[in-house]
Design a protein around this ligand. Structure first.
Ligand code: R5P
Length: 303
């Protein structure tokens, strides 16, 4: 088997150097710029011929990055790469998983078709599986799904005295309960109704029993932060101490991070699946393990 070469789509991707080091492989250079008319120019400065190419891309705000990553995969193949895998710690387009009104695009499916047509495999962390139960329901390419729960639980155990984990909605139950079980902490899951992109309502929970605990709200994605802000407000009303908010994928649209701090969060923390100033929980070692598993052909069982 040839040595792997990790190519970050963005030269300043903070995960690139630690991940290449953890893999014990080469860090490759991919030159990428825009022509004056906005089209993409790509060049492999590190030759991928006969190599196992690993493309790393942070796919938050995906639209400007998707075409370049598809071109990068096609170019690697044209230059003679042995295989091309995609490492996308955040997998976008998972939430539009059905037609909510007639005529809508089910973009999760079209995005999956596009990625599956270009890559030999895909590694990601906690994709938003709600109505889809497995990535194999929409991705035809072999996938490796990693879970941040153990890493988050370790961080909580080291940083938060007497935590009680709070999931803002039923979808969060899956990861909140795993984090709680690993951290050996109690947990509560609330109910949420979403009325639109920016309007959500979270149930007022009965949390009196936890007045002497530190609430830790955990969700897979923070986008507008509307969900977390509502939850923080409820905890405040109930007289609990200011909560710590943890996101696996901190997308933080516009002023979401500042809004959440202003709403009364004691701390807002995220994993480095999406690069952000709130990154405190490092998933590099887990990602490297996932990539090694792909090299060994150990994919999600469903594929
Ligand atoms: C949705 O079900 C997710 O798990 C998150 O709760 C949601 O994406 C958070 O979005 P926002 O931050 O915009 O409330």
């Amino acid at each position: 088997m040839s040595a792997p070469v990790l190519y970050p789509l963005e030269a300043d991707d903070p995960l690139a150097a630690p991940l290449a080091a953890a893999l014990g492989g080469e860090s490759g250079r991919l030159e990428r710029r825009r022509f004056p008319d906005g089209e993409t120019y790509l060049r492999y400065d590190t030759n991928p011929i006969g190599k196992r190419v690993v493309l790393l891309v942070g796919l938050d705000r995906p639209d400007a990055k998707v075409l370049p990553v598809i071109f990068a995969a096609a170019t690697a193949r044209a230059l003679g790469a042995e295989e091309v895998g995609l490492v996308a710690p955040y997998l976008p387009y998972m939430r539009q998983d059905r037609q909510f009104s007639p005529g809508e695009a089910v973009t999760s499916r079209h995005f999956a078709e596009l990625i599956s047509s270009a890559m030999d495999w895909l590694v990601t962390v906690d994709p938003h599986l709600h109505r889809y139960k497995r990535l194999a329901e929409l991705y035809t390419v072999p996938t490796k799904t990693l879970h941040a729960a153990p890493t988050i639980a370790k961080w909580i155990a080291a940083e938060i005295p007497q935590p009680v984990l709070i999931g803002p909605d039923s979808e969060s139950a899956q990861w909140v309960s795993s984090v709680a079980a690993i951290a050996g902490a109690p947990s509560e899951v609330l109910a949420k109704i979403r009325y639109g992109d920016h309007k959500v309502e979270v149930s007022l929970p009965d949390l009196e029993a936890w007045w002497d605990h530190t609430p830790v709200i955990v969700d897979d994605i923070v986008s507008t932060a509307g969900t977390m802000i509502q939850t923080v407000g409820h905890l405040k009303t109930l007289g609990l101490v200011a909560p710590v908010c943890i996101a696996v994928h901190g997308l933080f649209a516009n002023s979401a991070y500042e809004d959440l701090m202003a709403a009364g969060a004691a701390r807002v923390v995220s994993t480095n699946c999406v690069a952000h100033k709130s990154n405190k929980i490092d998933i590099t070692a887990m990602l490297a393990g996932g990539i090694e598993a792909c090299f060994a052909g150990e994919f999600d069982r469903e594929n």
